[in-house]
Design a protein around this ligand. Structure first.
Ligand SMILES: Nc1ncnc2c1ncn2[C@@H]1O[C@H](COP(=O)(O)OP(=O)(O)O)[C@@H](O)[C@H]1O
Ligand SMILES: O=P(O)(O)OC[C@H]1O[C@](O)(COP(=O)(O)O)[C@@H](O)[C@@H]1O
Length: 315
């Protein structure tokens, strides 16, 4: 069972538009609504693979009720913690050339009692969890050390932890030795405080996160694929994609792929890349089903192409 924790979930709205013209009325050619937030997306992808998952998340107001309804319709088991504030709505605008503009709202502020209820809900649901995936930004009210506390508690309960967050929350949690962290290139650059121009730069940055406490680093590098740096070495994997439809949730899909394939080593990395490549070819934050995957198209090597420039250098 894979338990996910999303302290700041969202109602994700994606609009497909011919072009995004600032200051104009833009008519959408398509729109969709998904239950969102990084851990929620991981649960959706895990469930699509037929693996049991429970999503722990605070929900409030009408958007929160809609997220609960959408999760229910998709057959995702949720452990919602009621909160007084309103769950945020995040907007993504997708253009035909693959450009995606996202507006992520800050979300509600959680009171001290609500934070405790959230931690208690994780404790109650973690029995039997193979992995606990703690994902996304922290809502207002939660200290940057909140994930660090969660990692310590979950380790004490015997679970393995995957952490996908950024900034001070990521740095604070490293000392508690999360089993895997999944930064994207920007988050990795921010964590080490320097830009990343090549795959080799990303490898060095991932090694630095290991030195600071992460047991393994799964770094997603957008179109360039993904790196896994763990105690056994460095692995690099990528998969071709003809047309990117929406990269919302691609990283979440790839973390799910990694965890359902065991959460460790090159086989899990290949699954992560297959899931990421499949996700970007689907609309909005739709998560891939097994029939969307093309595992034979993944190229995996233990010789990362260190000198290869990143398609999108991280600043
Ligand atoms: N433009 C792309 N072409 C091919 N694969 C992609 C592309 N963008 C993302 N992916 C796949 O999805 C994974 C996660 O995407 P990434 O943008 O790195 O993460 P995040 O969504 O966390 O920012 C990548 O490692 C890759 O496997
Ligand atoms: O918690 P954050 O960092 O604000 O991100 C939340 C957003 O991220 C998502 O999980 C998508 O992930 P990506 O932005 O990494 O593709 C959306 O479902 C959600 O709207």
């Amino acid at each position: 069972m894979i338990l996910t924790v999303t302290p700041n979930p969202s109602l994700d709205r994606t609009y497909e538009v011919p072009s995004l013209d600032r200051g104009e009325v833009v008519r959408a050619t398509g729109d969709r609504m998904d239950p969102g937030g990084k851990g929620v997306n991981v649960s959706r992808a895990v469930a699509a693979a037929g693996v049991r998952t429970v999503a722990v998340l605070p929900l409030g107001g009408a958007p929160g009720a809609l997220v609960a309804q959408l999760l229910d319709e998709q057959g995702i088991e949720a452990a919602p913690v009621p909160v007084a504030g309103q769950t945020r709505s995040n907007i993504a605008v997708a253009e035909p050339d693959g450009t995606l503009t996202k507006i992520n709202a800050p979300g509600p502020e959680l009171s001290g009692a609500e934070q405790e209820s959230l931690l208690a809900a994780v404790g109650e649901r973690s029995a039997g969890a193979d992995w606990i995936a703690c994902c996304g930004s922290l809502p207002r009210g939660l200290k940057p050390s909140w994930y660090a506390d969660l990692v310590a508690r979950a380790h004490a309960a015997g679970a393995r932890i995957a952490l996908d967050t950024s900034g001070p929350a990521l740095l604070a949690a490293l000392a508690e030795r999360p089993d895997v962290v999944k930064p994207n290139a920007e988050e990795l650059a921010e964590a080490v405080g320097r830009p990343l121009a090549t795959v080799g730069d990303a490898v060095k940055a991932a090694e630095e996160l290991r030195e600071r406490g992460a047991r393994a680093v799964l770094a997603s590098l957008g179109a360039d694929g993904q790196l896994l740096v763990d105690a056994s070495g460095t692995y690099f994997a990528s998969a071709p994609v003809d047309v990117v439809r929406s990269n919302v949730g691609a990283g979440d899909s790839s973390l799910a792929g990694f965890l359902i394939a065991g959460g460790t080593g090159p086989t899990a990395l290949a699954s992560a890349v297959a899931h990421g490549a499949a996700a970007v070819q689907l609309p909005g934050s739709a998560m891939p089903s097994p029939s969307d995957l093309a595992p034979n198209e993944v190229t995996l090597t233990s010789e990362a192409p260190l000198n290869r420039p990143l398609t999108e250098p991280a600043t």
